[in-house]
Design a protein around this ligand. Sequence first.
Ligand SMILES: *Cc1c(COP(=O)(O)O)cnc(C)c1O
Length: 487
Amino acid sequence: MTPEEFRRYGRQVVDWIADYQEKIESYPVLSRARPGEVLASLPAHPPERGEGFEAVLADLDRVVMPGITHWQHPGFFAYFPANASGPAILGDLLSAGLGVQGMLWATSPACTELETRTIDWLAELLDLPARFRGDGAGGGVIQDSASGAALVAILAALHRADGGTAGREGITRRHTLYISSQTHSSLEKAAKVAGIGSANVRVVDSGPGTLAMAPAHLDALLAEDAAAGAVPVLVCATVGTTSTTAVDPVPEIGEVCARHGVWLHVDAAYAGVAAVCPELRWVNDGLDGHVDSYSTNPHKWLLTNFDCNALWVADRAPLVGALSILPEYLRNQATSSGEVIDYRDWQISLGRRFRALKLWSVIRWYGAEGLREHVRTGVRLARDLASWVAADPGFELLEHPPFGLVCFRPRWDGLPDGEADAATMRLMERLNASGDLYLTHTKAGGRVLLRMAIGAPATGDAHVAAAWRRIREEAAEQAAERADPGR
Ligand SMILES: *Cc1c(COP(=O)(O)O)cnc(C)c1O
């Protein structure tokens, strides 16, 4: 493709994306494709001769779009948001356009140094403690995902726990990891990948009547395991759990970890970015104590297209110790001088994309002010919804921290628990089939709840109000059908 052809098709692609943004509400939020449908519309064999790009664009509309679930639709309330934004899309396009691979400082100094500056900017925007900034012993790095960040943190913690023995000789002793029942599944997966094994993942109780990790039980488990000869490696505390945005008591957990000399990783994948707002900075409570690593996802609620996770460590030495390897073909003067960062030593893979460009674009376009406004809108819309749910005697609301997620369900008066859960699931399916909105569910306190996560940039007051109207109507309709099956 010549630059001239690129210019022509590039304009078409950008127009296509802008058109998509304008008409996104005309699509059903949740794709209606059946399993295998997209696959069946695609040729089984690749073309022998190149085709024009028009053919690709035509298939985008014909084949791809019916199989798309519209994450940027204002009625998308499932999982957590995965915000996209104009500046992030353009930043990503520029990254693709430059086509650099930033494994070493020397392979594109700007790729490394722009990342260092941008991640420090983000630390400042979130008001993270100074020790996570790159000018001290710590530092930040962009990872692909919170899952990847957790794995990297575990490998650094393993390195610190046994002075690099595991990296050299393999894991020879029993190592243990501590989570709660609400911790994201990526921690158990990372324990499997790191060779710790899921059998050595200990589940700490939640405090009575809460979904938050109980520090006293953590203390007891750590003591018990150490007495039995195990090496406790890492504790993961969560700020804003995936299920209900519950918050673990990080300050107390930090004290326990300090006493036992165990690494504390704080997973704030969704909620951490809320700290752009001073009134939500309490999400950082405890980070100035004994926290070794902290991770949050600008790719969820902070307007930066997937993938973009930010991981900070208080001390980069065990991280680099765990992950650096220097084969002859990567030797270079800049690396030997010790004056530069090679981010390949901060992640699993060697190669890395220029992800900082999109985060940098986002921060520059919105400014601290714009980022705060976006988070505040989500918080306000969720608060409105929660107040409507609480005021409706037909619904029950789960108490929740003031982020963008609201968990609730109809009371289904008179139905035993199991049937009420089935009715809630049925309601969710009906709502999702409507095409107007998309919700997911969770289980908390022994019952199934609908999860409505607000925070897509396109979602406004009218969308949340319409979704709530729809939920009430559909629940009433379902209750009426149950009362009179012949309807
Ligand atoms: C979403 C989420 C994750 C996983 O995020 P990825 O970036 O997709 O790996 C991990 N932890 C929590 C608390 C989350 O909400």
